[in-house]
Design a protein around this ligand. Structure first.
Ligand code: SAM
Length: 247
């Protein structure tokens, strides 16, 4: 796996927040941030019934401070994991958070649009990262994720999404505001953090289409709340790309 184009890092190299500040913000604005980790682990286990019975390999794209990777490494003690992120600050935080897992973990500083993702992974996961890529790069990334997966492998992508049209965009924003109110937060105080200049969420249906075009099968939204969704997609067995993911 090689480093990506450093220009990808523009918005994130300056990301000098502490882990605590980042995680406090993200937990406030993203519905069920922590619960998503269990849902994503369940999706991996459901796709790979052999997970838990022998070693397998996970790749996390845009790993940030490493909370999802940490959860998966705990839930799947037999897994080895590669965490990739473009931000040196995030990579440093992630290395610290995952240090206790020793040789089971590799943290790589690289950009999603250009990194060589490697191959032979049984699971590729990502949370709140792929929407930072412009649409053409997202679509191209899905080809590369398919290549990185072993046949039968699973891609679980949790991310910010946009409405298909103005009416849906307004409806999902209302849903997000209601969620914030239900937690006792004032949405007006947090809305500026929801969609920034480097966020290109795109619609969930568009993402499903791109995944199918890339060659994924059984592409489904497995969870959705306001402007956030988790999509699960499988690499068909019998595709090229190494040993079968098993299960
Ligand atoms: C909102 S944070 C999400 C972090 C983590 N996945 C989580 O769930 O908390 C977005 C992450 O994506 C990373 N990122 C943004 N653009 C990227 C790119 N082009 N290549 C790799 N990582 C990128 C950022 O550095 C940051 O760590």
């Amino acid at each position: 796996m090689s480093d990506g184009d450093q220009s990808e890092a523009s918005g994130w190299v300056e990301f000098d927040w502490t882990r605590e500040r980042y995680e406090d913000l993200i937990r406030r604005v993203v519905p069920e941030y922590d619960e998503q980790e269990s849902l994503m682990a369940e999706a991996v286990r459901a796709a790979l019934p052999s997970a838990g019975r022998g070693p397998f390999r996970i790749l996390e794209l845009g790993s940030g401070t490493g909370t999802l990777s940490r959860f998966l490494l705990k839930v799947f003690p037999e897994a080895e994991l590669t965490a990739l992120d473009v931000s040196p600050a995030m990579v440093a935080e992630c290395q610290e958070v995952l240090a206790c897992f020793g040789a089971r973990v590799r943290v790589v500083e690289a950009g999603l649009a250009t990194a060589d993702l490697g191959e032979g992974y049984q699971a590729v996961v990502s949370r709140l990262a792929i929407h930072h890529l412009p649409h053409a790069e997202k679509r191209a990334l899905f080809d590369r994720v398919l290549t990185a997966l072993a046949p039968g492998g699973v891609f679980v992508d949790s991310d910010m999404i946009a409405g298909e049209n103005e009416a849906e965009a307004a409806a999902i924003l209302d849903e997000w505001r209601a969620y914030m109110v239900s937690r006792g937060d004032d949405p007006a105080e947090w809305e500026e953090w929801l969609v920034g200049d480097d966020d290109f969420p795109g619609s969930a249906q568009g993402r499903l289409t791109w995944l199918r075009e890339a060659g994924f099968a059984d592409v489904q939204i497995i969870w959705k709340r306001a402007n956030f969704a988790i999509i699960r997609a499988l690499k068909p067995r019998g595709s090229s790309g190494g040993e079968d993911a098993g299960g």
